[in-house]
Design a protein around this ligand. Sequence first.
Ligand SMILES: *[C@@H]1O[C@H](CO)[C@@H](O)[C@H](O)[C@H]1NC(C)=O
Ligand SMILES: *[C@@H]1O[C@H](CO)[C@@H](O)[C@H](O)[C@H]1NC(C)=O
Ligand SMILES: *[C@@H]1O[C@H](CO)[C@@H](O)[C@H](O)[C@H]1NC(C)=O
Ligand SMILES: *[C@@H]1O[C@H](CO)[C@@H](O)[C@H](O)[C@H]1NC(C)=O
Length: 309
Amino acid sequence: MFAVAFNVLELQRERTGCSLGYFPCGNTSKCLPQLLHCNSVDDCGNKADEENCDDNNGWSELFDLYYGRISEQETEFTNCMLGNFSEKCRCKGLELDCEHAGLHSVPLVSSNVLTLRLQINKIRKLHADGFSIYQDLQELNLNYNEITTVSERAFKGLHNLIKLYLSNNQIAFLPPGVFEDLQQVQWLILENNRIQKISPKTFIGLKSVVLLVLLNNSFHQLPAKPICQEMPKLNWLDFEGNQIESVKNGTFTCCTQLTVLVLRRNKINSLHEGAFASLQRLAELDLSLNRIQELPHNLFKQLRELLQL
Ligand SMILES: *[C@@H]1O[C@H](CO)[C@@H](O)[C@H](O)[C@H]1NC(C)=O
Ligand SMILES: *[C@@H]1O[C@H](CO)[C@@H](O)[C@H](O)[C@H]1NC(C)=O
Ligand SMILES: *[C@@H]1O[C@H](CO)[C@@H](O)[C@H](O)[C@H]1NC(C)=O
Ligand SMILES: *[C@@H]1O[C@H](CO)[C@@H](O)[C@H](O)[C@H]1NC(C)=O
């Protein structure tokens, strides 16, 4: 399944019967516009549109549909299979759940752990080699902590990690190479942080990443160099809610697999004619809520697959 070149939007249509920009109301045949998803109103009538809103605005489910839930195997076991773990946490199979446990640091657990849920805690720093004994780890959730500092070696040794959640922290800087060992990571979620600057080097190692969420950070500009250089499989890129003022022509070269690009809610007033020229697989481009007054002539010329603008 992983080898299939994929398009999440096509998948959505196939699996749900809803057209682009719409999502299904659970198992019913009703489809509603994406805007109503997770708006805290029960638009479906069965609350299906207010489910799965916690981390990724609902599309996490779509990605899970495609990849299959990675923790499927373990969730079959209810008995704890971890040898040793902090008493503040709960253990189920090979998963350790320490949500809202008042933790100030990463807890110790036996090294066979597959899923580490550390969201809603008070962790401030990710130290060098802090996870390096957890070589089997597939999912690491650090959402809603107080992380300001991420060591260059913070994620060393996580060769099997597939999903990394770091949203709702106070990360301002990601050292180049910090993700070097994360060659299996497919999802990298960094929304609601304070990141101001990235370069292609920030993403060294992320060969498998398909989903990168940088929503609600503090970018004023995008790198002039190709952001996808180290992420050849990047499929979905979200920069909503930053302060980006211009899009130059070099940033998205190499992003040949990109299907969805969200630049909504920025301050874009300048777009280079060649800004999107390499995005031949792009199906959805969101430039709404910017300061665009003029569109260069050939801006959308190469976008043969574009379905929604
Ligand atoms: C949809 O799911 C709900 C809850 O799982 C179930 O009660 C209902 O019968 C299902 N409806 C259909 C049309 O399958
Ligand atoms: C369990 O963790 C404690 C505290 O870190 C440690 O002292 C102990 O040796 C560990 N036991 C095993 C079986 O790993
Ligand atoms: C992003 O920030 C805006 C404005 O502060 C906020 O309304 C919105 O809920 C945030 N989005 C997410 C997904 O957290
Ligand atoms: C970007 O545009 C500049 C001039 O505006 C041009 O010299 C350069 O070759 C272009 N680069 C790419 C990758 O298209």
